[in-house]
Write a protein that binds this ligand. Structure first.
Ligand code: SAM
Ligand code: SF4
Ligand code: FES
Length: 348
């Protein structure tokens, strides 16, 4: 196993079988070694800096029906909301006052938020905040749509691939969705010039070590700028409501592997990680993560963006979360920064 870790450290590629060995033979000692090397790799590129992104969850309407997600269209128990353009801009203003220089607009695939409306919104946000980076995370769209948003000023796009295994993908999604289209979207986004994030849930129903090895191979191949991984957490009104959640232990182990494989990657310690364990995000940072994404959405809608159960920070003002996060980040020897925090190769 040490040999595999050294290979990763030296920038050599691992094959699927080697990734699988690394996952299936993990021990607390190996995890500690990987975390130490991952933190060294991160600090070599970004120092001890952890970047903040202001997240605006602007709609929880979604036309898709992913089996794992509380926003799926078949979930009649979900209380739906949609922020107006004016409300979204107000969230960004508040974020800007608090020091944020990256905004992430995330939502379900809401048919009423048409490509044109999103394009206008991107344009307005970039016009009012030219010093900020804008990230979109609004699912699968035709290439022309991605291009129009990029032309309007969007800088980055988050679209987790969810699983790189076609059969597993089909277990997690209805037939209307396909891994092929997900991958087409990721390729288009990269070719257009976005800083792109892919990723997957750890411990999603049916996931095996072989699946995760395949995910890591895909990430190695695709070379994304960002990777979003967090534990799967059941949402009670979905078909997977009774499934067990992913673990902190495996998630942080994978964060370290991804950091070592891509030293320059922007790697969030996700809210889901903070939800399954009180110090989950801190442990993620101590394993090599370097991004946190506090919520800027109005308090009145926070609880309604219920992709999974018991989500943290739904009752706290953004300003309170920032203070809380600062303490948490400093508790593991890092420094919280609010600047744009571009990928090391995409600055200027
Ligand atoms: N609709 C967009 C999309 O799917 O890319 C963006 C919003 S979606 C809620 C963002 C991410 O939430 C998904 O990529 C998925 O990995 C994650 N997610 C959904 N349900 C989850 C669950 N039950 N536990 C953990 N993460 C979940
Ligand atoms: Fe919609 Fe995204 Fe949830 Fe799937 S994961 S149901 S696309 S919000
Ligand atoms: Fe939101 Fe602690 S980070 S309350």
């Amino acid at each position: 196993m040490i040999r595999l870790i050294e290979k990763l450290e030296n920038g050599q590629r691992l094959c699927e079988r080697e990734f699988q060995q690394l996952i299936e033979n993990r021990t607390p000692e190996l995890a500690a070694l990987l975390a130490e090397k991952a933190v060294g790799a991160r600090n070599g590129v970004y120092g001890h800096r952890v970047f903040l992104r202001g997240l605006v969850e602007f709609t929880n309407y979604c036309k898709n029906d992913c089996y794992y997600c509380g926003l799926r269209c078949s979930n009649w128990a979900a209380q739906r909301y949609r922020l107006t353009e004016a409300e979204i801009l107000e969230c960004c203003r508040e974020g800007h006052r608090l020091g944020f220089r990256t905004f992430v607009l995330q939502g379900g695939e809401d048919p009423l938020y048409t490509p044109q409306r999103i394009r206008d919104l991107v344009y307005k946000i970039k016009k009012e905040f030219p010093d900020c980076a804008l990230t979109l995370s609004v699912g699968e769209h035709p290439r022309e749509v991605y291009q129009s948003w990029f032309d309007a000023g969007a800088d980055r796009y988050l679209l987790r691939h969810e699983t790189a295994d076609p059969a597993h993908y089909q277990m997690l999604h209805p037939h209307a969705m396909s891994l092929e289209n997900r991958m087409r979207c990721l390729t288009d986004l990269k070719e257009i010039g976005y800083q792109v994030g892919c990723g997957f849930m750890v411990g999603s129903p049916g996931q095996t070590g072989a699946h995760i090895a395949r995910d890591l191979c895909f990430i190695q191949e695709f070379q994304p700028h960002m990777v979003g991984i967090g534990p799967f957490i059941p949402q009670k009104d979905t078909p997977f409501g009774g499934e067990p959640a992913g673990t902190l232990e495996l998630t942080v182990y994978l964060l370290s592997i991804i950091r070592l494989m891509l030293p320059e990657v922007l790697l969030p310690a996700t809210t889901a990680l903070g939800t399954i364990h009180p110090r989950g995000r801190e442990q993620g940072i101590a394993a090599g993560a370097n991004v946190c994404m506090p919520n800027l959405s109005p308090l009145s809608v926070r609880k309604k963006y219920a992709i999974y159960d018991n989500k943290i920070c739904t009752g706290d003002e953004a300003a309170e979360c920032i203070q809380c996060l600062r303490r948490r980040i400093e508790s593991v020897g890092c420094e919280m920064v609010t600047d744009r925090g571009d990928h090391a190769q995409m600055k200027g």
